[in-house]
Write a protein that binds this ligand. Structure first.
Ligand SMILES: [Mg+2]
Length: 116
């Protein structure tokens, strides 16, 4: 499940996943949307943007992990700073992948998260 307010990022990730065994089962444009849909969709993995209108991705991830401790979340953001990394780790995110996205880096993070 992909959570990002940017349709361009959705298109980009869709392309990155095109020749893999992974598919996007749900695209959410906001944190609120993601919290609404998670239980119904039950995705293997969530990629979570941080900067979004409304609830940001760190808050969304935090609530998601409280409600669904089994949720696997990869943060995807241009906010590649120590305090953001630490916050993502504290929340229990599997990984942090910096934007602009490197296809191989994203795929490696997804592989690793799903291998646990
Ligand atoms: Mg954004």
């Amino acid at each position: 499940m992909l959570v990002d307010d940017s349709k361009l990022v959705y298109m980009q990730i869709k392309q990155i996943l095109a020749n893999t065994n992974y598919e996007i089962v749900e695209y959410c444009k906001s944190g609120e949307d993601a919290l609404d849909k998670y239980a119904q969709v039950q995705p293997d993995l969530v990629t979570m943007d941080i900067i979004m209108p409304g609830m940001d991705g760190l808050e969304t991830a935090s609530i998601l992990k409280e409600e669904h401790p089994e949720a696997k979340i990869i943060m995807l953001s241009s906010l590649a700073y120590d305090d953001t990394f630490k916050e993502a780790e504290r929340i229990g995110a599997e990984a942090f992948v910096a934007k602009p996205l490197e296809p191989n880096e994203l795929l490696a993070a997804i592989d690793a998260a799903l291998a646990d």
